[in-house]
Design a protein around this ligand. Structure first.
Ligand SMILES: Cc1cc2nc3c(=O)[nH]c(=O)nc-3n(C[C@H](O)[C@H](O)[C@H](O)COP(=O)(O)OP(=O)(O)OC[C@H]3O[C@@H](n4cnc5c(N)ncnc54)[C@H](O)[C@@H]3O)c2cc1C
Length: 404
């Protein structure tokens, strides 16, 4: 994204540079304690950074080749929920190890019969002294197999029996119907007795999400986040952060290549594609430019201290479909080799480079297997974090104000 940032003599930039000079190879803990992992979080976990400061810090870390710790779900959308709704003890215990990537987190929301209609979860948590006893199952839980903790949405009372309209009088809860009541939000230690995690192999051959079974799992009552029965409000905060986190740059939820990588490949290969593919490539480029401009508008608004607008929902809806269609296009451009996971013997003829582990990015070499993984993963883009249809429902309700 091209956004004109302050120059080399900017005092914030100089401050970040000075810190990097003192910490040329910072540990994850160094970054976390400096507040550089998520600078806009409040102190002491962040530095209450305004958007411009965040952009400068990002820029300086990138220039110095410093990478932030890995904990995408925790840092991306669970942490802000714990900051907002957690107790002081919870914030003290969990946030720094989360920021430093020492304890990986997962999100235990979806169930076999509760995905888009998340409020239909049936996993139960029943109070027993100082504990809640949890039974039920979750599915599609990304990173459950490597997580130390998860956030768990479970039913603590029956449908309707604790519903009070006053709990949901906030405008953003206008769509609340009674079965959103009686849900509670917990921090769940993933090594607790009675938890079974079973990995699911996806189409790429990787195992990144899981089924999770709860068989009378005892979770301390102190792990409740927010009020009992008010878990829907807390979960909505998590989902709001998820939708923002999933719609940054890159074709795969902000990661991965961009259309320009394919254009480079085609151009470097003598432009030898048929007119229909050229047309699709031009269309993809136009879509990418539109998305870039919308993102720029979002950044511009943030820098100017304005509220997030409808652009956030729109960019998620557009970028998921865009990622999917560009991955289809990449494989179509590869022709027969596009049917082969490793590019195969035709690899050289279509401009694919073989190999693993290269970094994504314009003018870098992308392995055929990377494109194929992207193609096989891409149907997930319009499902995870709220399906394409649900995104359109949100836009219809919240942006267009259409009747339900
Ligand atoms: C890669 C990936 C990672 C994921 N990671 C996690 C995770 O870490 N934790 C977690 O809890 N979940 C996770 N999920 C699950 C994800 O949140 C759900 O798959 C998603 O919310 C859809 O739910 P569902 O699969 O039950 O589909 P359903 O809700 O059953 O939907 C089926 C179809 O019906 C459509 N539909 C449903 N309701 C409506 C409606 N009201 N209006 C119009 N159309 C509708 C949907 O759009 C969809 O096409 C992940 C999913 C993916 C793909």
């Amino acid at each position: 994204m091209d956004f004109l940032l302050p120059g080399e003599d900017d005092p914030i930039r100089l401050g970040v540079k000075a810190w990097i000079k003192e910490h040329p190879k910072p540990s994850a803990r160094d970054l976390a304690h400096a507040g550089f992992v998520v600078p806009h979080w409040p102190r002491p976990w962040g530095i209450d950074a305004d958007p411009l400061t965040q952009l400068i810090i990002d820029d300086e870390l990138r220039r110095a080749g410093i990478r932030r710790p890995f904990n995408p779900i925790g840092i991306g959308w669970l942490g802000p929920t714990i900051i907002k709704y957690g107790t002081e003890e919870q914030r003290d215990r969990y946030l720094f190890p989360m920021l430093a990537g020492e304890e990986i987190w997962c999100q235990l929301f979806s169930e076999p019969s509760a995905g888009s209609d998340l409020a239909s979860v049936t996993t139960r948590a029943d109070r027993d002294g100082d504990y809640y006893v949890v039974s039920g199952s979750k599915i599609w839980t990304t990173f459950a197999h490597m997580s130390k903790f998860g956030v768990l949405l479970a039913r603590t009372s029956g449908i309707n029996d604790s519903y009070t309209s006053s709990a949901y009088d906030d405008k953003s809860y206008s769509d609340v119907i009674p079965h959103h009541s009686g849900l509670s939000y917990f921090i769940c230690p993933m090594d607790a007795d009675g938890i079974t995690v079973r990995t699911i192999k996806d189409m790429t051959g990787h195992e990144s999400f899981n089924e999770v079974f709860f068989d009378d799992v005892r979770i301390p009552a102190a792990n409740l986040v927010g009020e009992i029965g008010d878990g829907w409000r807390v979960a909505k905060a998590t989902l709001g952060n998820e939708r923002v986190s999933l719609s940054s740059e890159g074709l795969m939820w902000g990661a991965g290549p961009t259309v320009m990588d394919i254009i480079d490949l085609v151009a470097d290969n003598g432009n030898s594609i048929n007119p229909s593919l050229r047309h699709r490539l031009a269309r993809a480029y136009i879509d990418e430019q539109i998305l870039r401009l919308i993102r720029l508008r979002i950044t511009g608004k943030a820098v100017a201290g304005q509220e997030r607008g409808p652009e956030v929902s729109i960019v998620k809806a557009l970028s998921d479909a865009h990622g999917k269609s560009v991955m289809d296009l990449a494989v179509d451009i590869a022709g027969a080799a596009g049917m082969l996971r490793d590019g195969g013997p035709l690899c050289g003829m279509v401009g694919w480079e073989q190999g693993h582990g290269q970094t994504w990015g314009r003018k870098r070499t992308l392995g055929a297997s990377d494109w194929m993984s992207g193609f096989l993963f891409s149907p997930a883009l319009t499902i995870g974090g709220g399906t394409a249809e649900i995104q359109r429902n949100i836009i219809a309700d919240n942006v267009l104000g259409l009747p339900r």
